[in-house]
Structure formats: C-alpha cells, structure tokens
Design a protein. Structure first.
Length: 203
C-alpha cells in the first residue's frame, strides 16, 4: 500500500511529515482529516494529526512518522547516519517540536486562529504572555540557523520541523514584526521556502 499521510494541511506537524516525504522523493497520498475525527482517533491515542498508514503499519506522532519515512525509503538521509553528526540534529528536532512549537504555535498562532470569545474576538490573554517571550525565542533561533540551516550547514529533518512553524508565525502581527527584524531568519526562511518540499505542501 502507498504511504498515506493523514491530517489537515494547516497543521504544522502535518506539513513537516509531508515535507519529509517530499524531500525523500517518496510518493504519498495526502488525506485531509481533522484532529479527533474517527479516522485520526483510530490511530492517534490523543486524536492528534498527523497520522500515517503504510504497508500494514499505522503510526501517530510526527517525529515517529518522519523518522519512519526517513529510514524506510530510499532517498537522501534527513538525519545523518553518523551518531555524532545526528546528535545535534536530533536535539534541534526535539527543540522545534517541543519548546518552539509550544510557544509559537500552541500559545500564539493557535490562539489567534482558533480561540475566540463569544463575540468572535481574539482572546489576548495567552497571546500577550507569549509575545513577551518572543525576543528570547527569536534570538535563540537566529543563532541556531546561523550555520545556514537549523543547527547545520545543510538541510535536515530539523528544518522540516521548524519551517512550517515560522511560516505560520509570520501570518500574525507580532510574529511578522519579530521575524521582519531578523535578516538572518529571513534569509534562512527564504532559502528553505525555495524548496519544492515547501512549495508542494502549502496549506
Ligand atoms: N506530539 C504530536 C503533536 C501533534 C499536534 O499537536 N497536532 C495538532 C495539530 S498541529 C493537533 O492535532 N491538535 C489537536 C489536539 O491537540 O487536540 C506530534 O508531534 O505529532
């Protein structure tokens, strides 16, 4: 059975695993499904997207899915095979999927996009708290992409995790402003945005 990636294209984590498949040159079918839909709940214990099906294997969790795609198929390695070279990439995958996603997606983008009061207005409580932490987060990211890519001189799986988050963050005012103030982050983003894997997975 062909690789199936399941989940709405607006999800940064769905985009991450789709980018991984695109980078490997693995053909896949993208099935759009909402978190907590029956199709997703059948695979993910928390009803979260993405989930994946391939050849009898059903899998949840973006890191598990991206690593499966990287190791089960031919194509360029998205994580170096040498343990010492892989270690910092794994560190950045974990940081992007953890702390960076938590602040920029869960506490900022998702709040803007989905959390509205009874009158349909954006609820600023979490957003205002989140943006206080932006200067530190953006300066950390600036240093991290200084080698050209996230913690590396070449494109890796860590970039598949970071770029969808940066793309979504820029869609809202404070994210756009902080991003716009950093030439290094802008150059990094523009370079990765040229890749077919980014273009082919636009929400
Ligand atoms: N740890 C999960 C997180 C996935 C996640 O947070 N997905 C979001 C969409 S980007 C979701 O399904 N949210 C609904 C929810 O958490 O209930 C992974 O890496 O796959």
């Amino acid at each position: 059975m062909a690789l199936e990636i399941i989940g709405i294209s607006q999800s940064n984590f769905v985009r991450t695993v789709r980018m991984a498949a695109e980078e490997k040159g693995v053909p896949y079918k993208h099935i759009s499904a909402m978190p907590h839909s029956d199709e997703v709940k059948a695979i993910s214990p928390f009803g979260q997207v993405p989930v994946m099906r391939h050849d009898g294997l059903e899998l949840a969790e973006s890191q598990a899915i991206a690593r499966y795609i990287d190791t089960a198929f031919d194509g360029p390695a998205l994580i170096p095979t040498d343990p010492k070279a892989a270690a910092p990439i794994n560190q950045w995958i974990s940081t992007a999927a953890g702390s960076v996603d938590q602040l920029l997606m869960r506490n900022y983008v998702v709040e803007y996009a989905f959390h509205k009061d009874d009158d349909g207005n954006v609820v600023r409580t979490k957003i205002d708290k989140a943006i206080k932490r932006f200067p530190r987060m953006f300066s950390m990211l600036e240093k991290a992409v200084a080698p050209g890519y996230l913690g590396s001189a070449s494109f890796t799986m860590a970039d598949c995790f970071l770029i969808p988050i940066l793309n979504a963050t820029q869609m809202f005012p404070e994210g756009k402003e902080h991003f716009g103030n950093s030439e290094i982050l802008k150059a990094y983003f523009d370079q990765v945005a040229e890749r077919t894997s980014f273009k082919n997975t636009a929400p």
